[in-house]
Design a protein around this ligand. Structure first.
Ligand code: HEM
Length: 399
């Protein structure tokens, strides 16, 4: 069993082994010892030799915390807490069985995140995370029903080529350095020849704003902060993000949707109408029902003349988990430049959390009118792994 908190010998420098400890919140203790600057400083302190400024530094790697790839859950879902600004996501068909391919992917992830993979061309991985999910066809080979076995149904406002619906494997690669995701994905694909690409998408997130506590969220291409309402505590995530027991314990259902946005049409709306479509103010991100950015929307609040402050078709009302009768999903979306829009990515313990929300949105969601979904899939984001427990082995067995 892979523990939630793990000690992983990670870096050897100046004869010292530095222990990295990953925790649920995504933090890594002893961070300062792990960046190249920290290692340089450690070397200087131990040896009393060249001052740190004479050692070549990598500013990007210095600025970010490494993300431990191992643990009870994969990285790139609930950690790092500070979601990386760059993403590259690919969806693949698999030729043959999954056991060997997943184990090789896991080995490549360990090599890439430790900076020990030729595909990175010597570039520091920084906060690179790689998250792998498998499609329903593969899950059905080991369990007839249950989480991960169902494909996503069709919804209104879709125009999806069959190649862009579903798939056997999703690989989500995120990092602060924009060079790292394409190099890391190229390395993963070079190490696993059995994959044929269906589609890939690049995404980016702008600077994040403080929401509450340590939780932050960025603005999306509409100019609205996206990712405010989120399961944050360990208990909230245990309830709504992680599959707690059974054959796929530790996994999560990952939904991906490439949603093109008619930005010109949305921007033709006066800002007040944009805010009514979302249900939050654009500048402050506060709910239209009052309060501050970190407050939940009050769906009952009315004006003195009896109108809902959060309009009936506002996105936050249609997507709100309470009327949908589901727990809150973990959204980890990225804005897209080509095509312009949002690569919607969410993680939830049950597929119905997404489908029931999407059904309510499809009935009348003012925001949805500006979108067209052109690629989609539901995948089982595999449980965590480490050097002794290959990626996917708890579900598919080991080679
Ligand atoms: C172009 C597509 C979309 C955009 C631009 C978008 C944007 C937003 C924004 C700005 C918010 C308010 C701030 C926040 O709580 O994060 C929000 C909330 C939310 N969205 Fe979306 N969203 C999109 C698609 C979706 C989809 C497809 C789903 C799921 C089916 C979804 C589910 C949610 C949920 C659950 C909330 C929180 C509602 C609450 O509890 O207040 N969104 N979205």
């Amino acid at each position: 069993m892979i523990g939630a908190t793990e000690a992983v010998p990670s870096v050897e420098d100046a004869g010292a082994i530095i222990i990295v400890v990953a925790n649920e919140a995504g933090g890594i203790s002893r961070r300062s010892l792990l960046t190249s600057g920290g290692i340089a400083a450690l070397g200087t302190a131990l040896a009393g030799c060249a001052p740190a400024e004479q050692v070549p530094r990598d500013p990007v790697a210095d600025a970010v915390r490494p993300v431990v790839p191992t643990g009870e859950h994969q990285a790139g879902i609930a950690r790092p807490a500070a979601v990386q600004p760059h993403l590259l996501l690919g969806v693949y068909d698999l030729d043959g069985g999954p056991v060997g391919v997943l184990a090789r992917l896991g080995d490549s992830i360990l090599a890439l995140t430790s900076g020990d993979h030729p595909a990175l061309a010597g570039i520091a991985p920084g906060d690179l995370s790689v998250t792998v999910g498998v499609g329903p066809r593969l899950v059905q080979q080991v369990v007839a029903e249950g989480p991960g076995t169902e494909p996503l149904p069709a919804f209104p406002r879709e125009d999806i080529d069959e190649r862009h619906r579903g798939g056997d494997l999703v690989i989500q690669v995120c990092a602060s350095d924009p060079l790292v995701p394409p190099l890391a994905l190229a390395g993963l694909l070079a190490d696993t020849s059995a994959l044929t690409e269906r589609w890939r998408q690049r995404g980016a997130r702008g600077p994040s704003v403080a929401v509450r506590g340590d939780h932050t969220a960025p603005r999306n291409v509409l100019g609205f902060v996206d990712g405010i309402a989120a399961p944050i505590s360990v208990d909230e995530r245990a309830e709504s993000v992680w599959i707690g027991q059974g054959a796929v314990a530790g996994a999560s259902i990952m939904v991906v949707r490439r949603m093109e946005i008619d930005l010109a049409a949305f921007q033709r709306l006066p800002v007040e109408a944009q805010e009514s479509a979302i249900g939050r103010e654009r500048a402050s991100s506060a709910p239209l029902s009052g309060g501050a950015i970190g407050d939940d929307v009050d769906l009952q609040a009315k004006s003195p003349d009896g109108k809902y402050l959060i309009p009936a078709d506002a996105h936050v009302r249609r997507a709100h988990p309470r009327p949908a009768g589901v727990p809150l999903m973990l959204r980890r979306s990225y804005s897209m430049d080509d095509p312009l829009g949002l690569l919607f990515v969410s993680f939830q313990a049950e597929l119905r959390t997404f489908t029931q929300t999407m059904e309510r949105m499809s009935e009348s969601d003012a925001l949805l009118d500006f979108t067209l979904t052109t690629a989609t899939g539901a995948f089982l984001a595999l449980p965590g792994f480490d050097a002794q427990h290959p990626l996917g082995s708890t579900i598919f067995g080991a080679a």
